[in-house]
Design a binder for this molecule. Structure first.
Ligand code: HEM
Length: 410
């Protein structure tokens, strides 16, 4: 396939017609020294065709091959067309780990059911509702950071990002903070453990936990569990949908936050001048966080074609998978005009990092608040910090791109 084929020049290519040479193994991983992974990816995208077929997604822990649009406009086209590209994961849903068939509302639903679930959850995710918990979120961050302050170094992911993100999530769900370490371990097992028995027992434990919690009526208003309980009591959601709804909040709100905190702190630890800029003018932190969200996209999602169709000059068959990668969409963008300039004074809109279309992140106000508070407290508590050893903080590719460990010293 020619590299810069224009959308109007449609060429029908079946998956089977594509030679092995064209079945690119996508390498999302990024060299240790790179501060902006999407820039590295952007360089390799330039030589790729508009559409490739990747037959092995081991890197993304996805068990099948998929089409991979490599241009932002094609990725957006997929995200804009849920009737053609479904979010129903079929037998790859979390429920399949325990041989069940329920789906996670709203993310695993297509229209028209999707909007019923999404609208029902919206009241707990508005900017105003989220802002109410700012003080509590700050207290969580400050408490963890105070315990690190007396040392001269820490491992950001384990010492800060994981306890912080899980404690905020539990607060927001309306669950006790004391359980954070067990809940974080459960999350990791459900999402990352390749041993099916371990993952199944973690899914069962969560299912039971949420089912029991939903039975109790001692939930403060404004929490996610309180809202889901209302939906169940009013008969709008079944018990199964309510438990699955709790499960999604728990799954969607942790890995993403840990990864984004890791990438943002990694960038600041690599750029002491940026830290000084923010320390001297904390009013810039909000814009800086938004700018870093734009430049550090982390989510790779999949869609499945509901009908035979054409995309980027390729014939997609019904049932084919398509990767919709926010890192790829951003990487493609980075080669247009001056998008690579990271400007804390004049941030661009965060754009595709939170997705696009009907599934755009419901938790984005919470995510922004958490990041703002985390970076603010980190800069207010720790003196100038730097990466202890670059080789210890690579960005790891996955369904969620992340930094597995990040040693910093001060
Ligand atoms: C920086 C952190 C985050 C990023 C980058 C992020 C990114 C995304 C993306 C790209 C999607 C769309 C996925 C798709 O189209 O398949 C999404 C959906 C979603 N996110 Fe987030 N997310 C973050 C944090 C959170 C948090 C903290 C929560 C809640 C606790 C949350 C809840 C959700 C939900 C419920 C959806 C599904 C929306 C729907 O299907 O209508 N996210 N997120």
């Amino acid at each position: 396939m020619p590299v810069n084929e224009t959308p109007s020049v449609t060429r029908s290519v079946n998956r089977d017609d594509i030679s092995q040479d064209e079945q690119w193994a996508l390498d999302f991983s990024c060299p240790n020294h790179a501060d902006v992974p999407a820039l590295e990816l952007g360089r390799s995208l330039q030589s790729m065709p508009r559409m490739i077929y990747v037959s092995n997604h081991a890197l993304l822990a996805f068990p099948e091959g998929s089409w991979v649009p490599t241009r932002r406009s094609d990725i957006i086209d997929v995200l804009k067309s849920p009737e053609l590209f479904s979010s129903d994961p079929g037998h790859f849903s979390f429920s399949s780990i325990i041989n069940e068939t329920w789906r996670l509302p709203p993310i695993e639903y297509d229209p028209p059911q999707h909007s019923k679930f999404r609208k029902a959850l919206q009241p707990v995710f508005t900017a105003d509702q989220v802002a109410i918990s700012r003080d509590k979120v700050k207290m969580i961050a400050d408490e963890i950071l105070q315990s690190l302050f007396n040392g001269r170094r820490c491992e950001v992911i384990g010492d800060f990002a994981r306890p912080f993100a899980m404690q905020v999530l539990l607060t927001y769900l309306g669950l006790p903070l004391a359980t954070w370490s067990h809940m974080a371990a459960l999350h990791t097992t459900v999402v990352h453990d390749s041993n099916r028995d371990n993952a199944a027992s973690a899914v069962n434990e969560l299912k039971l936990l949420f089912a029991n919690i939903l039975k109790s009526d001692a939930h403060s208003s404004g929490t996610m569990i309180h809202r889901i309980r209302q939906l169940r009591d009013s008969g709008d959601w079944t018990i199964e949908e309510s438990v699955a709804g709790c499960m999604l909040m728990f799954i969607a709100g942790f890995d993403t936050m840990v990864a984004m905190i890791g990438l943002q702190v990694r960038y600041l630890a690599m750029h002491l001048d940026r830290q000084s800029q923010l320390r001297a003018n904390p009013g810039l932190i909000r814009g800086a966080v938004h700018e870093m969200i734009r430049i550090f996209p982390i989510v790779n999602a999949f869609r499945r074609a509901t009908h035979e169709t054409e995309l980027a000059g390729v014939k997609i068959r019904r049932g084919d998978w398509v990767l919709v990668s926010t890192p790829i969409a951003t990487a493609d963008d980075l080669h247009v005009d001056d998008c690579t300039i990271i400007n804390f004074n004049c941030p661009r809109r965060s754009d595709i990092s939170f997705g696009y279309g009907i599934h755009r992140c419901l938790g984005l106000h919470l995510a922004k608040l958490e990041l703002e508070v985390a970076i603010h407290s980190l800069l207010a508590t720790l003196p100038a910090f730097h990466i202890t050893a670059l080789t210890n903080s690579p960005v790891v590719a996955g369904r969620i791109h992340s930094v597995e460990s990040l040693d910093i010293s001060w």
